[in-house]
Design a protein around this ligand. Structure first.
Ligand code: ADP
Length: 271
């Protein structure tokens, strides 16, 4: 009942008697269902662009004598877009899998926040190609204890989402702030916003509010899953506030333990 899954085994035991073995395998079953859903989702996400690419190549093969150079160029560019989409998906899958397998072994160091966030801003500006204003304010601790590549990927995903879900002319603000109990990276946009009922599910793999819009803007559906994973590994957490039609604010909080004081740093250096 209610999703509980029991495995029952009858084992012959001492003559006429039998042993009844009951195992609660609810958790195992749940994991197995999640794994199956994930494989089905990945297959589907790859199959769609691959079908398109194969279709365009066939068209080019069958009609290459009757197509104008412009038409050929058009089909090639569409096939190229789909290939890039598959590349992004595979890159995100590899990132997720690396996060899962590296456990606690990833290289933790004191990461300089300013250059990292400047690089994130530069990437956002490139993605926006002049269609948005992207500002960066630095007011938090200079260094965070963490894994540089993971933080870069999490902050980059939050910032690129802000660009991708904000119409032309919108504003995106990136802020690194000191908080009473640690620090936070805040990404605020003046974009399309998110209806409240979707907010609790945003970090699930492949969960999207609007599938078409996500695809059009080059989304894989894995960005926020990666963000959540990275934050959990840094004892952080994600908070989302949004108003449809007005914009969204994504806040990544990190606890004070991620910001050793100058005294601690000296002690580490001496040790
Ligand atoms: P995707 O690749 O689809 O963007 P994500 O995991 O990064 O996948 O985000 C999941 C969904 O959350 C998106 O499909 C989108 O619907 C919503 N979303 C994320 N960031 C924003 C934002 N800044 N504004 C509006 N919607 C957003």
């Amino acid at each position: 009942a209610d999703g509980v899954c029991l495995q029952i085994q009858v084992i012959p035991y001492a003559g006429e008697r039998q042993l009844l073995l009951v195992r609660d395998v609810t958790q195992l079953e749940r994991l197995e269902t999640m794994r199956r859903d994930f494989v089905a989702n990945v297959s589907h996400e790859l199959k769609t662009p691959l079908t398109v690419v194969a279709g365009f190549i066939e068209t080019l093969q069958d009609l290459h004598d009757s197509l104008s150079p412009e038409q050929v160029e058009h089909y090639l560019s569409l096939a190229h877009d789909q290939s890039i989409r598959m590349q992004h998906l595979i890159a995100d899958l590899l990132t997720l899998s690396a996060l899962e397998t590296s456990g606690s072994s990833a290289e933790t160091e004191l990461v300089e926040v300013a250059p990292l966030l400047e690089a994130v801003r530069a990437d956002s500006l490139a993605l926006s190609s002049g269609r948005h204003e992207v500002t960066l304010e630095m007011d938090g601790p200079a260094r965070i204890l963490g894994v540089a590549s993971e933080l870069r990927s999490a902050f980059g995903n939050l910032a690129s989402n802000a660009v991708r879900y904000t119409p032309e002319g919108g504003r995106i603000s990136l802020r690194w702030q000191r908080r009473p109990d640690g620090a936070a990276f805040v990404v605020a946009d003046t974009g399309i916003g998110i209806p409240p009922q979707h907010i609790p599910r945003l970090t699930e793999r492949f969960y999207r509010v609007d599938r078409g819009r996500s695809r059009e803007s080059g989304g894989t559906g894995l960005g926020l899953a990666i963000v959540k994973h990275v934050l959990t590994r840094h004892q952080g957490r994600l908070e989302v506030e949004s108003e449809p039609g007005k914009g969204s604010t994504f806040t990544a909080y990190f606890p004070a333990t991620r910001f050793p004081s100058a005294l601690d740093e000296t002690a580490r250096a001496v040790a």
